[in-house]
Design a protein. Structure first.
Length: 167
């Protein structure tokens, strides 16, 4: 575990640790000579699971703040999740995965930073934070569909990317 995370709560530690694991898998997938598809498929399934856990367990807790800034952060993170999921639909390319890796850096920072999503969720969960962390750990694996390659898939990615850039 990253030493700087030792003072974080269990939700933050678990999800930030998962960010690290997913980052290593993505780096392994992006080999200089060729793509490591086994690492990619593990990354893909892991990222979809991670997104699902945040959407179903973390965001609902954070929404309870009713705070406009938190609601805006959740909206932004939700848009990013939609983009990431869309980027996992087509057969992977170095270009898509490199772009996804770059996007994940700022996304993960929004979640992990002081005042970020994980800290907000832990504060709102209060005495239930351990139970929330246990739910995250026990969360199911994601069901992963076959890759789908059409012009519409790529247009959807472009549209989601454009929406984020103008948000």
């Amino acid at each position: 575990m990253n030493a700087s995370r030792s003072n974080q709560g269990p939700v933050h530690q678990y999800l930030a640790g998962d960010h690290d694991r997913l980052g290593r898998l993505l780096d392994d997938a992006l080999q200089p000579a060729s793509m490591d598809l086994a690492s990619y498929e593990a990354f893909r399934a892991g990222l979809l699971r991670h997104i699902g856990l945040e959407e179903k367990l973390v965001f609902p807790v954070a929404r309870r703040t009713g705070d406009a800034a938190t609601q805006a952060m959740i909206s932004r993170l939700h848009q990013e999740h939609a983009l990431f999921a869309a980027m996992l639909v087509p057969t992977p390319t170095v270009e898509i995965l490199s772009q996804l890796r770059d996007l994940l850096v700022s996304h993960n920072q929004r979640e992990e930073a002081p005042g970020g999503m994980y800290q907000i969720a832990e504060r709102i969960a209060g005495g239930e934070v351990k139970a929330l962390a246990d739910q995250l750990r026990a969360g199911p694996e994601a069901r992963v569909a076959a890759h789908f390659d059409t012009a519409l898939v790529h247009e959807n990615i472009r549209a989601l990317m454009k929406a984020l850039q103008t948000a």
